[in-house]
Design a protein around this ligand. Structure first.
Ligand SMILES: Cc1cc2nc3c(=O)[nH]c(=O)nc-3n(C[C@H](O)[C@H](O)[C@H](O)COP(=O)(O)OP(=O)(O)OC[C@H]3O[C@@H](n4cnc5c(N)ncnc54)[C@H](O)[C@@H]3O)c2cc1C
Length: 461
């Protein structure tokens, strides 16, 4: 790393270690087999598997900041099999066979991340303790029952219902009345994973150019990447910039960047941990529309994340995203509501990042075969393991291999474009405010959301 204050950006970046191979200036003209824009999980997994499939290939990765600077080095560290579309929705749209196959691949991706981390010696605190979807009070009873009904139909030893007492044996959350346990989820240190993966790409022969921003991607034979320093030509260009894709020319309405914010406590004393329990370090979330997610970190802190920060007009991504003290204060208050024992405990870190949301919430890989460009992303906040599946699939597409993954429904799926401004801002802000109000009302009254507000209807649609 480079002495910059990454504590102000993300605890994970501050504590990830791992410097990459130092490189001189990018030459004015560079030619390679595959060039990747963006050194987050998507770009790095793609490079990693490409070099595994074809060890002789020349693979160049360009990163505007440092590898892992985006969502990959800032997230909640849930490595889960969750996907923004439920299996039933996928089945209705793409058929039950493909829906099942996609679910199975997502399931396997969680273990694959752990397997590669082990094989590459990446000490990223991977711990497969599952995830608990928690009903925080009577207002979530109906949602809990609904999910219990849905998961009962899942094959195999899948999710199971924990009643109030069974939940309290695992973790004691104020007022919680039960949870659904999803076993296929691990917590991890995303900073160590992403930087360790970057080193693994270098060990396999890939080159990573940090602080090198792509200014344009042009399809063609060869495809081209323009940068401030020069042009790179490649047989295949992979665009792996996720939420930042919205900042590239011609791509503004592909997806919107939504901000997710995290606050982190100091390491908690034993007395606090014995009051809370949570020995299994399960990943925790609730049924609130406005999204909350928690991790017990390996060094004994509580990470509390949520999506309260407002969407910015024109899909702007402000440089000072991590300094939004209002959202951080709201999250701290929520964390104390979950665990009143946190009382005087200090929150030592707070930061934010952006995740990419396509108009139909469907992550995708768009492969322009004639123009040699592959664009991957749009994970709607469930990307830590899905990027692994997508990276593997991108690698297979780039070398022209046809596998069980390259036929999955996210390949060549085209999401509709977002509306132009000011409609986009009006719509997204309306939804954010509406869903937050629904959560607040439900908590105040203890009654479940009616499902009849406009915001809820649009959300469910
Ligand atoms: C706060 C937060 C919490 C989250 N929590 C979870 C979680 O717990 N579990 C989960 O599954 N998912 C979570 N996510 C989502 C997950 O982190 C992302 O889906 C995933 O990291 C996306 O990886 P990526 O490589 O596609 O994108 P990114 O990690 O965003 O990488 C894109 C990279 O491209 C670079 N870049 C951008 N523009 C250019 C350019 N023009 N030229 C060169 N480089 C460029 C950026 O600097 C960045 O490093 C969270 C996201 C956020 C923001």
């Amino acid at each position: 790393m480079d002495g910059r204050d990454y504590a102000a950006e993300s605890f994970w970046l501050e504590t990830c270690g791992e410097s990459l191979v130092p490189r001189p200036e990018l030459p004015a003209d560079l030619s390679c087999d595959v060039a990747v824009v963006g050194a987050g999980f998507t770009g790095l997994w793609a490079a990693y598997y490409l070099l595994g499939l074809r060890p002789g290939l020349t693979v160049t990765v360009l990163e505007a900041d440092i590898a892992g600077f985006g969502a990959s080095g800032r997230n909640g560290g849930w490595c889960s099999a969750f996907f923004p579309w439920e299996e039933s929705q996928l089945a209705r749209r793409f058929g039950p066979r493909l829906a099942r196959q996609l679910m199975a691949e997502l399931h396997d991706a969680v273990d694959e991340v752990g397997r590669v981390a082990g094989a590459e010696g990446i000490a990223c605190d991977f711990l497969k303790g599952g995830a608990l979807h928690v009903a925080l009070g009577p207002e979530h009873r109906a949602a809990l029952r609904e999910e219990a009904r849905r998961v009962a139909a899942e094959p195999g030893a899948g999710p199971r219902v924990l009643d109030r007492a069974a939940l309290a044996e695992r973790v004691r959350i104020a007022g919680a009345i039960g949870a659904i346990e999803h076993p296929q989820c691990a917590r991890l240190h995303p900073g160590r994973l992403v930087r360790g993966l970057a080193r693994a790409v270098e060990r396999r022969g890939g080159t990573i150019w940090e602080r090198t921003r792509a200014t344009a991607v042009e399809p063609g034979r060869p495809a081209r990447i323009r940068t401030e320093r020069g042009t790179i030509t490649a047989s295949t260009v992979v665009v792996a910039t996720e939420a930042y894709r919205s900042q590239l020319p011609g791509r503004r309405r592909d997806l919107i960047p939504m901000t997710s914010t995290i606050v982190l406590t100091e390491p908690l004393p034993e007395a606090v941990w014995s009051a809370i329990g949570w020995a299994g370090a399960e990943c925790l979330s609730s049924y609130r529309y406005s999204v909350d997610y928690l991790q017990r970190t390996a060094d004994g802190r509580i990470l509390f994340g949520g999506r309260g920060a407002p969407y910015r007009f024109g899909s702007r991504i402000p440089a000072d995203l991590s300094r939004d003290r209002t959202t951080q204060a709201m999250l701290q208050e929520q964390a104390r509501r979950w665990f009143p024992v946190l009382g005087e405990v200090r929150f030592t870190h707070g930061w934010a990042g952006v995740l990419g949301v396509p108009r139909d919430f469907m992550p995708s890989i768009d492969h322009d075969r004639a123009g040699g460009v592959i664009v991957a992303g749009g994970y709607v906040g469930d990307g830590v393991s899905t990027t692994n599946l997508f990276g593997r699939t991108v690698a297979e597409l780039a070398v022209g291999e046809s596998t069980e993954r390259t036929g999955l429904p996210f390949v060549d799926h085209r999401s509709p474009r977002w509306e132009p401004e000011p409609l986009r801002w009006l719509g997204v802000r309306y939804m954010q405010r509406g869903l937050l109000a629904v959560d607040q009302r439900a908590r105040r009254t203890g009654r479940p959301p009616s499902g009849r507000t406009v915001a809820e209807r649009i959300y469910r649609h």
